[in-house]
Write a protein that binds this ligand. Structure first.
Ligand SMILES: CC(C)(COP(=O)(O)OP(=O)(O)OC[C@H]1O[C@@H](n2cnc3c(N)ncnc32)[C@H](O)[C@@H]1OP(=O)(O)O)[C@@H](O)C(=O)NCCC(=O)NCCS
Length: 161
C-alpha cells in the first residue's frame, strides 16, 4: 500500500545558475539538462524565445537577445562576453530609425559549437554542427559544419581535424 509516486527528475541534471544571472522573461526560456550559466550572463527573451540544449554553457557577461527565436544546441560552449541577437532595426533613410520597428530572423547554434570570447553572432545566422568561432569575430553569415571562422566579418580560417 502507500503512494506510488515516482520522481522523474534527477538533481544531477539540473541547470546551474551562478550569481547574477539575469533572465528578462524566464517563462519564454527553455533550458536543457546540465546547462551552466556563468555569472552576469543575461538572457532577454522579450518578445522572442530562447532554447538552450543539454550540456551547454554560457560564459560570464554573455548577452543573448531574442526577438523571435534563438536556439542553441547540445554541448555548446559560449565564452565570456559574447553577444547573440536575432534582431535588426529597419534603417530606411526617410524616417527616424527609432520609428521604423525591428526585423527578426532566427539564430541557430547547432551542437558541439565553440564560440570564442567576445564574439558577436548576428540575426539570421546558423552556426552549423561542430564549428568554431574565434575570439572577437563578428559572424554575419552561416558557418559550415566543423569550420573555424575568425575576423570582422568572420571568414573561414580552417577546419577541425
Ligand atoms: C580560433 C582559435 C581557436 C585558433 O584556431 P586555429 O585553427 O588554431 O588558428 P591559428 O592559431 O592556427 O590561426 C590561423 C590564422 O587565423 C588567425 N586567427 C586566429 N585567431 C584569430 C582571431 N581570434 N581573430 C582573428 N584572426 C585569428 C591567426 O592569426 C592566423 O592567421 P595567419 O594565417 O594570417 O597567421 C583561437 O585563435 C581563438 O580565437 N580561440 C578562442 C579563445 C577564447 O575565446 N577563449 C575563451 C575561453 S572559452
Amino acid at each position: 500500500m502507500g503512494l506510488n509516486i515516482k520522481l522523474s527528475y534527477n538533481w544531477r541534471e539540473w541547470p546551474v545558475f551562478y550569481h547574477n544571472v539575469r533572465m528578462m522573461a524566464p517563462y519564454r526560456i527553455f533550458i536543457g539538462k546540465r546547462v551552466v550559466l556563468y555569472p552576469y550572463s543575461y538572457l532577454k527573451s522579450v518578445p522572442g524565445i530562447i532554447r538552450i540544449g543539454d550540456n551547454t554553457s554560457i560564459g560570464e557577461f554573455t548577452y543573448i537577445n531574442s526577438m523571435e527565436q534563438v536556439s542553441i544546441g547540445n554541448n555548446v560552449l559560449i565564452a565570456p562576453g559574447c553577444h547573440l541577437t536575432d534582431a535588426n532595426h529597419l534603417i530606411a533613410k526617410d524616417k527616424l530609425i527609432r520609428d521604423q520597428g525591428r526585423l527578426a530572423s532566427p539564430l541557430y547554434v547547432e551542437d558541439d559549437v565553440w564560440i570564442g570570447a567576445g564574439a558577436k553572432i548576428l540575426a539570421g545566422v546558423t552556426i552549423h554542427k561542430g564549428a568554431v568561432v574565434a575570439a572577437g569575430a563578428v559572424v554575419t553569415k552561416d558557418v559550415s559544419p566543423f569550420t573555424i571562422v575568425a575576423g570582422v566579418p568572420a571568414h573561414p580560417i580552417g577546419e577541425r581535424r
